[in-house]
Design a binder for this molecule. Sequence first.
Ligand code: NAP
Ligand code: GLV
Length: 315
Amino acid sequence: MPAILLAVTGLDPQPWEARLRALAPRRDIRLWPQRMGDPAEVAYACAWHAPRGLFARLPRLQAIFSLGAGVDHVFADPELPDVPVVRIVDPDLTMRMTEYVVLHVLMHHRRQRLYDAQQRERVWREHEQAPASAVTVGVMGLGVLGRAAAVALRSLGFCVAGWSRTAKTLPEIETFHGDAGLDAFLRRTEILVCLLPATPATQGMLDRKLIRKLKRDGAAAGAYLVNAARGALQVDADILAALEEGSLAGATLDVFADEPLPAASPLWLHPKVTITPHNAAASDPRPLVANVLRQIERFEQGLPLEHVVDRARGY
Ligand code: NAP
Ligand code: GLV
């Protein structure tokens, strides 16, 4: 039987391997690097930041399954062979991201950082609170995760705008697309949520120039950023500068160009920055191994793989 290779770095392979063995006891499961066996027997690679050049050494590889929604870690391999690259689309991962976005948008909207600071000083002081309906949240990226987050935010009463590469229609959400639609989207956005993939087109786009276009004089009393996408999109120095000059009132950052975020980064202790360790939507092996095995079964029955990434677009 064609073997499944688990090739991961930066996360513990053990629960993934255990889950694969539990759900597919008759499958030949291999683990890179210690139990890889003959590379010619590997048909499927389940990967998260696999070492560069590994896929090219698997001559019978049929498909690569990213163990997350993003595939930038796969495309970072300059020797990537010409096989389908499949990404995760799963309700478990989508719900985790929706939770994260809602949590952090509400945290900024309800000024929770300010109340936390007051609590440390034993200060009992209420601040004026705008209703969600007076605040516009802009979601960059209206794919699987962006759409789910946008719908959840709308259901809480926020005005929601969305921006994507191609035109989209979503009930009660004002949509914009392409370079031509970006400024109009930013001009009405007070809380910016980034759920774009990391591609050459999105690299470094969360910079000072973009941040300065956000709406600062609205009901949210400042502009806020929530980046739960990829660190490659954000320019850390520009975010710090924007916080200093006031064009940004606060930021939640889950992702960084360099992960783990180095201890020396000034972002760590910035009073207006909330940092999480790239866990906005962590990949849980319990549902996701089942998801990948379903795909392999489909493939072996001659059905098309789902959620195959477009190589030219990079997502
Ligand atoms: P997706 O379904 O592929 O959606 C991507 C969206 O981005 C699409 O709406 C797409 O527009 C838009 N887009 C791409 N390039 C663009 C550009 N140059 N200009 C404007 N819009 C652009 O992806 P997803 O499943 O929602 O995931 C989004 C990203 O979230 C992933 O790539 C990953 O990096 C990140 N992520 C992070 C975590 C975490 O824990 N922090 C977890 C999961 C995922 P079109 O629809 O017009 O093509
Ligand atoms: C996590 O970062 C993912 O891409 O799913």
